[in-house]
Design a binder for this molecule. Structure first.
Ligand SMILES: [Zn+2]
Length: 467
């Protein structure tokens, strides 16, 4: 492509009358003459003028001076801001206020509450409020809840025990963002334990609140929503669990390996969760205990809708899936969570039946008979929402004919891998207080279930051995 020529406007130029060399020289001389300094007005001697002249002569020095001056000003402003922010964000080292429910709050010196960058709480002071039984010595101290679950601490040790399991007390740093290992400090009067460790190990019964600005720790009981005879709200029992902490092996402990036919990943969190809630004749749950429940997903007798604790329901789903995968398909759940009212109905029904069979028996005799196969209201483990009764299609009633089924054979060898135990074994009748029930399986969590299975013990023995 050809470039088009632009039509540039013509510049009009005036003719220049050039000067000759001589003319130029003359002009120059004239100019030099006119610069006779003696004829000039005197120099302005004011400070302003002096400064102006200095600036004109020393441009670089002036710029440098301005830069330095501005930097100084910025430095002063920034410094002041920093000091103010330090003052505003200064650590609040005032004494702590501890509130236990509606009780009169008390104060604790800052240095007792915050040690080595960790927030502490005196668990001995909290124990009566939380219905915890204190036992032990200044070397080792244990706090047992009514649920049978417990925490134990050793003086100046970072290792604590949750329900007998060794864990390292890892807690967030006080007013920091690191996670650090914290010790317990026990004296004859007090047992200081890391606040966040306690908070992380309580799954029910207590609520925690910490107000950063006022250094106030508040503890509240949670309530069942029911009231007692005196119209007072009934507090939920405290339940300790290891969930948030990695269990450390005991010295010389066997580490179990588990393998599954099904994809266990979606269930792992539930089957490894731990729940040691104890309900037996000596430890009744009472009419007010109501766990959080979820509908179970496995096959039930007559397609009934049954409920369990969330972890137990998930672990049960995994267990039945695996069982089916292993070729055992004739199995169904006939009973799961049973509320107190239903226990009471059953109890009364059984008593009537026994009375009809033995009209000459006293009430004590009748109750003693019923107790051999049914729980007194409030003492049934089914109220925990952690256990199930299994049946097969060939069974007409719930009894030990279950022992002859494939489902039973499989459960005996595998239930522990899913956190379940055969709860009322043949040779543990004296300890559990219940006759042999080949159909009744209880969720405790995989680690405990394996230990119970391997050591051939029952839950009561496990809890006693770990206290
Ligand atoms: Zn049962």
């Amino acid at each position: 492509m050809k470039r088009k020529k632009k039509n540039l406007p013509e510049i009009e130029s005036e003719p220049i009358d050039a000067l000759s060399y001589e003319e130029m020289k003359l002009l120059h001389i004239e100019h030099e003459k006119s610069e006779d300094r003696s004829q000039l007005p005197p120099h302005d001697q004011s400070d302003k003028a002096k400064l102006f002249r200095f600036v004109k002569k020393n441009k670089i020095v002036t710029v440098a001076a301005i830069v330095i001056l501005l930097s100084l000003v910025a430095g002063v402003i920034f410094g002041a801001y920093w000091l103010i922010s330090l003052w505003v964000n200064r650590p609040n080292t005032s004494d702590f206020t501890v509130e236990l429910g509606e009780e009169e709050p008390f104060t604790v010196p800052y240095d007792e509450m915050v040690r080595d960058g960790v927030l502490y709480v005196d668990l001995r002071k909290l124990a009566p409020f939380a219905d915890l039984i204190v036992s032990g010595s200044p070397e080792q101290m244990q706090f047992t809840a009514k649920t049978g679950t417990f925490l134990s601490f050793e003086n100046e040790s970072e290792i604590a025990r949750i329900n007998g399991k060794r864990v390292e007390m890892l807690v967030p740093e006080f007013r920091g963002d690191k996670e650090i290992s914290a010790k317990a400090f026990i004296t004859a009067e007090a047992c200081y334990v890391p606040y966040y460790f306690l908070k992380n190990t309580v799954s029910d019964g207590l609520q925690f609140r910490f107000n950063n600005e006022t250094n106030t720790l508040s503890f509240r009981r949670t309530f069942t929503g029911e009231v007692d005879e005196e119209d007072q709200p009934i507090a939920s029992t405290v339940l300790f669990f290891t969930n948030q902490y990695k269990i450390l092996p005991e010295e010389g402990e066997v580490i179990y390996e588990y393998s599954y036919l099904i994809d266990i990943e979606p269930y792992l969190e539930s089957i490894t969760a731990e729940n040691l809630l104890l309900a037996n004749k000596q430890n009744p749950l009472g009419p007010d205990f109501k766990p959080a429940l979820e509908q179970i997903t496995v096959k039930t007798a007559s397609n009934r809708i049954l409920y369990l604790n969330a972890d137990a329901a998930k672990a049960l789903e995994a267990m039945v899936k695996e069982m089916n995968e292993a070729g055992v398909t004739d199995v169904m759940v006939t009973s799961a969570y049973r509320k107190y009212d239903r226990q009471k109905e059953l109890w009364e029904q059984y008593c009537r039946e026994e009375k009809a069979k033995h009209p000459d028996w006293t009430t004590e005799q009748i109750e003693a008979e019923v107790l051999t196969y049914s729980a007194y209201p409030g003492t049934s483990e089914h109220q925990t929402g952690l256990c199930v009764d299994f049946m097969t299609s060939t069974m007409t009633a719930l009894n030990n004919s279950f022992e002859k089924t494939k489902a039973f054979s499989w459960l005996v060898d595998n239930a522990h891998r899913f956190g379940f135990i055969l709860r009322y074994d043949k040779d543990k009748v004296d300890v559990t207080g219940y006759s042999y029930e080949s159909w009744h399986y209880r969720f405790v969590g995989r680690a405990v279930a394996t230990e119970i299975y391997e050591q051939d013990i029952c839950l009561e023995e496990y809890l006693a051995g770990n206290s």
